[in-house]
Design a protein around this ligand. Structure first.
Ligand code: AMP
Length: 226
């Protein structure tokens, strides 16, 4: 029997390993990894109308308007892969308004879980300073774990670069915004019994195991496989 899908939101400060875990979770549950940051970076690259609106805001490390983001996410969630098996949401929701819009969009269904990968801020800053990403496919690297050949992506051959919003100033602003706007979402999901925290300090495999266990426990509580 095929493994059931999942509907998962993954939180974590920038640099907590969220992107890496989302890729692994997407493979594990065979559901799409939907990253609003990646979708927006693609829009900027393609110079679409959305990309032109998003570029300067993203470079300042600020958030785009809720309505714009919700429209983009709703369109993606309406595609057949997400409807049939679910999704791993990365970077969304980021405000209470977005969380409410997501719940309304999924009704009468619901999320399985919102998971927060917790990491001390000092460790986050250390990791972000060394983070590098593929400018084509978004694959994650770092100065201590670079691609095999000359800053060229192992997967797609794209150029591996430092993100424009990984400057010290933009990182500081994004962490402040995370504390102010996104951390309260943890309360929002906790009150609905849909929240689990995992420790982001261990190896990627250990963090993945914690997340899968949290999903299984939540399903056991609900007496459901989905
Ligand atoms: P990320 O890759 O998730 O850190 O997102 C990069 C940037 O895209 C953020 O700093 C925001 O400018 C924008 N962004 C991504 N997701 C959202 C969202 N859910 N709401 C508003 N802005 C977003």
């Amino acid at each position: 029997m095929a493994l059931s899908g999942v509907r998962l939101v993954v939180f974590g400060k920038q640099g907590a390993g969220k992107g890496t875990q989302c890729v692994r979770l997407s493979d594990h549950y065979v559901v799409p990894h939907i990253s609003t940051g990646d979708m927006l970076r693609a829009a900027v690259k393609n110079r679409s109308e959305l990309g032109l609106k998003a570029k300067a805001i993203m470079e300042r490390g600020e958030l785009l308007g809720d309505d714009l983001i919700m429209e983009m996410v709703a369109e993606r969630l309406a595609e057949s892969d997400a409807c049939e098996r679910g999704f791993i949401l990365d970077g969304f929701p980021r405000t209470a308004h977005q969380a409410e819009a997501l719940a309304a969009f999924m009704a009468p269904g619901d999320l399985d879980l919102a998971v927060d990968i917790e990491l001390p801020t000092a460790e986050v800053l250390r990791r972000l300073a060394g983070r590098r990403v593929c400018s084509e496919c978004g694959a994650n690297y770092s100065v201590s774990s670079p691609p095999k050949v000359n800053w060229t992506c192992d997967t797609c051959g794209g150029e591996v670069i430092q993100r424009k919003d990984d400057t010290e100033e933009a990182i500081k602003r994004r962490l402040e915004i995370y504390e102010r706007q996104t951390a309260p979402l943890i309360d929002w999901y906790s009150k609905r019994g849909q929240f689990a925290e995992v420790d982001g300090v261990g190896s990627p495999e250990a963090v993945l195991r914690q997340i899968i266990r949290a999903v299984e426990e939540r399903r056991k509580d609900l007496g459901t496989t989905r």
